[in-house]
Ligand binder design. Sequence first.
Ligand SMILES: [Zn+2]
Ligand SMILES: [Zn+2]
Length: 132
Amino acid sequence: MTQKKCPHCKVIKDESAYYTKVGKNIGIGYYCKDCRKEIDRISYNRRLQERTEKRLQKLYKVSYWVYKKLYQAQEGKCAICDRESVSCLPYDTEGRALVCNDCKNFLNKTRDAKYMKRYKAYLKLSKTVSDA
Ligand SMILES: [Zn+2]
Ligand SMILES: [Zn+2]
């Protein structure tokens, strides 16, 4: 059984702890499976963050930092319907509240007093977050 030291976790592991590479560079992976997964996860998250960052800047002129703060303050929930939604987007151009796509569409179409009241109350609350 071949053993190899993973350059990431610095642990000597059996060949089976590495992914098998096929094709031109046949052999075993550079990093062990555990590290590979971890590295992939980090780079996936980074890419996701970069994409979100660009989208936020382009559509709402909001920095990822503000978005994150709002997201945490709202616990990932829509400011209006409280539904948990990862696709929460800033509703207003100042990005003071995150709402789900449904509410965003709804707000774009209507100025329903009940909805607007809730939204405005939320704005006050989240303003303290974005100003802090
Ligand atoms: Zn490793
Ligand atoms: Zn909603």
